[in-house]
Design a protein around this ligand. Structure first.
Ligand SMILES: [Zn+2]
Length: 429
């Protein structure tokens, strides 16, 4: 022990050897031309204590200043904030790979749904499962999210569609949240579809959602959600469900303009939703309404690929209108079986023309902002939650450049190292 060691400040964790640190900054979503404003620093360290970041600075300086309970060596790799997935449907039992094969063979999503597949097939799985079984499924999926660098996951119900089965799904989300390092943010997707026992009686199901489900979900879900499409819930149906949820204090997330241009974006703007999601078919007036109202688009670029649809969300136009988009996987068993936000960032680059820094902001700070968590996470700055992804990438450009491999070496959640890849092959350029 040398003479200064006694004076060094103690911290819980010091992440050293960071070749490059890349992070957006601040507590608000970055919109329009500011989307790509990401700060980069070379040869830095991050000090964390009590779950929070306390310092980000020169590697040598911080190693002199702090004595850490544990040290994690980034071995010269790129470090970014823990990724935030702001749109997933992880509460299900049973996968739908047969539908994937059918789509590959030329059957459409709508045809599969008409044959009893689609959302209705997932309904059967969730209704037949106990809360504990759903929790076990969620915990396994959260392990995979974490190994892919995602530290916060918005989790929707919507495959129960009875009051009891939706509440069972919300309870499973809370149970998984308590028992896993990944933070889950619960959304009640009571407006996912009309359940089969309400066939031809859509209004009666909307009554159940408004009068029974939303009140019962209070305190269990932060957000309420609806699938706004003419073949499911039209604009008036959606307005009624969302206004009732808003009156009860829920934040609103909405699946809008995914398959047709119905005006869902305009409705999300009118209602002051936290997010308007999908938007493949959003109109120009819809984009303008989102930008003017500050409602954030949540974009799911893997979904058209997975559904073999050709229409992409006009993401660049939304940015030009001044929107602050987030990127998400839309992970679910039917229309996107992908948990990797790294893959999503690459796809956003290739299909939307997002730069690596725009994609990074959209998968971190902007995604946190749609969940109301931007003052707590989404950037690597003192005071924020210590959620970090240590990669073996040489610089931030590789976030979008490299496809098909997880670059995650280690994940720090709330200041603790919660994932480490067993082998660390050095990045080969
Ligand atoms: Zn969705």
């Amino acid at each position: 022990m040398n003479a200064d060691e006694g004076q060094r400040e103690r911290v819980d964790l010091l992440v050293v050897g960071i070749g490059q640190l890349a992070t957006p900054k601040g507590n608000v979503a970055l919109a329009g031309s500011r989307l790509g404003e990401v700060s980069t620093q070379e040869r830095v360290a991050v000090a964390c204590t009590k779950g929070r970041i306390v310092a980000v600075g020169d590697d040598q300086d911080l190693q002199r200043k702090y004595e850490a309970e544990s040290v994690l060596d980034a071995e010269g790799g790129l470090v970014i904030p823990g990724l935030v997935d702001s749109h997933t449907h992880p509460v299900f039992a049973g996968t739908r790979e047969g539908e994937f094969e059918a789509r590959v063979g030329g059957t459409s999503y709508v045809e599969i749904a008409a044959q009893g597949g689609g959302i209705r097939s997932s309904l059967r799985g969730v209704r037949a499962s106990s809360e504990q079984e759903l929790t076990v499924g969620l915990l396994g999926r959260m392990d995979r999210f974490l190994s892919l660098g995602t530290t916060t996951v918005e989790a929707k119900t919507g495959y129960g569609l009875t009051v009891a089965d939706e509440l069972k799904g919300l309870d499973a989300i809370h149970s998984a949240n308590r028992n896993h390092p990944v933070d889950l943010v619960a959304t009640c997707l009571g407006g996912h579809d009309v359940p089969p026992e309400f066939d031809g009686r859509k209004e009666a199901w909307i009554d159940v959602v408004v009068q029974e489900l939303w009140p019962a979900a209070q305190g269990k879900a932060a957000f309420a959600d609806v699938f706004t499409e003419s073949h499911v819930f039209g604009l008036e149906d959606s307005r009624r469900m969302m206004q009732a949820a808003k009156d009860l204090g829920f934040g609103l997330r909405m699946h809008v303009d995914q398959l047709t241009s119905l005006g869902g974006a305009e409705l999300a703007a009118e209602l002051g939703a936290a997010s308007a999601d999908h938007l493949e078919h959003v109109s120009e007036s819809g984009m303008r309404a989102l930008a003017e109202s500050g409602v954030q688009p949540v974009l799911c670029p893997m979904v058209p690929l997975f559904l073999r649809e050709t229409q992409e969300a006009p993401a660049r136009a939304m940015v030009d209108f001044g929107c602050a988009p987030a990127l998400s996987t839309d992970f679910n068993p039917g229309s996107c079986y992908c948990m990797s936000l790294f893959e999503v960032m690459s796809w956003a680059a290739l299909r939307y023309g997002f730069s690596a820094t725009e994609a990074l902001t959209a998968a971190t700070l902007n995604a946190a902002a749609t969940l109301g968590l931007a003052d707590d996470r989404g950037t690597i700055e003192p005071g924020k939650r210590a959620d970090l992804v240590i990669t073996d990438l040489p610089n931030f450009h590789h976030l979008t450049y490299e496809l098909g491999r997880s670059p995650v070496c280690a994940v720090v959640k709330d200041g603790a190292t919660v994932f480490q890849r067993s082998a660390h092959p050095k990045h080969a350029t």
